[in-house]
Design a protein around this ligand. Structure first.
Ligand SMILES: *Cc1c(COP(=O)(O)O)cnc(C)c1O
Length: 285
């Protein structure tokens, strides 16, 4: 278990008004920044979706972001999914959202109905992604909760996820993570292998290939960051154009974080994953 989880109760549901206002301001700033970047790059406003990266944040902080307009969340660690999922799903249901995979949303609705809450029908889906590394012994932990796993970087991992999904009788979205920067600290497959790997994953039963994901180069040079994003986009375009079985839904480009969001949007991002600009600096990790 990661040390910071001993210092912070991630299942906590109540935060004070000042903190809630800080988070709401962060969400509004980021949404404005996305719209400005869309306009600056000649894209239609609303094309890019915001995923709030919620690692180290508690349930109350995450709900404050949802109350301010966040409509997709992403966790890094299966343990955090496990600690937060039920509370988040219950509070989402009360607000008219079905969080994550069917099993999670269904339990949340049952919970809320037991409590005598009148729920809107139908609930609007609120996607829940895993964006951090997944060890195969944690797959069963996240499958009932998440709608997509963005950190798939090998055929072996994809096949294991697919096999477990078939056993659970579900289908889960996957994005192929590509290490465009080549930085050793980063996970993700070799960019040169990404096209063929995506086509192979697309054929597996139990997973739906929804797109590609990358973490931008950790450098100051904008051209270097941009080159990685542009290559991810070219790879996505080639996978879509291949006509290979199962590739027709490979549309998403999950790229761009707090520091490089505008560059990613200019290069065609469809999902930006933002943590710090919404919630402030992380106290842990
Ligand atoms: C933490 C994280 C983010 C968000 O990073 P910020 O710089 O805080 O916006 C995005 N993607 C992944 C995979 C992350 O782990």
């Amino acid at each position: 278990m990661t040390a910071y989880m001993d210092h912070k109760n991630l299942a906590n549901e109540s935060i004070d008004e000042t903190r809630a206002r800080q988070i709401a301001d962060g969400v509004h700033r980021v949404l404005d920044g996305i719209a400005a970047a869309e306009q600056a790059s000649g894209r239609a406003v609303g094309e890019v979706r915001l995923l709030a990266a919620t690692k180290t944040r508690d349930v109350g902080e995450i709900m404050a972001a949802i109350d301010a307009g966040v409509r997709m969340i992403g966790e890094n660690r299966p343990q955090e999914v496990e600690v937060k999922a039920a509370g988040l799903a219950r509070l989402c249901a009360r607000r008219g959202f079905a969080l994550g995979a069917d099993a999670l949303a269904r339990d949340a609705v049952a919970d809320a109905s037991d409590a005598g809450t009148d729920l809107p029908d139908p609930l609007a889906p609120l996607p829940f992604h895993l964006i951090g590394q997944l060890q195969s012994n944690k797959i069963n932990k996240v499958l009932p909760a998440v709608t997509a796993i963005e950190s798939v970087d090998s055929l072996d991992l994809a096949a294991k996820i697919a096999r477990r999904a078939v056993t659970h009788g579900v289908s889960v979205g996957v994005l192929l993570e590509v290490n465009e920067s080549g930085e050793e600290s980063k996970s993700g497959c070799d960019p040169a292998a990404a096209h063929d790997l995506a086509c192979a994953i697309a054929q597996l039963d139990g997973v739906r290939l929804e797109g590609l994901m990358t973490i931008g180069a950790h450098v100051d040079d904008e051209a270097t960051i941009r080159r990685g994003f542009a290559h991810l986009r070219a790879t996505r375009d080639a996978v879509l154009a291949s006509g290979e079985p199962g590739t027709a839904d490979c549309r998403e480009l999950s790229m761009g974080m707090t520091g490089d969001m505008a560059i990613a949007i200019d290069e065609g991002s469809t999902i930006v994953r933002v943590g710090t600009a919404i919630f402030g600096p992380r106290a842990f990790i």
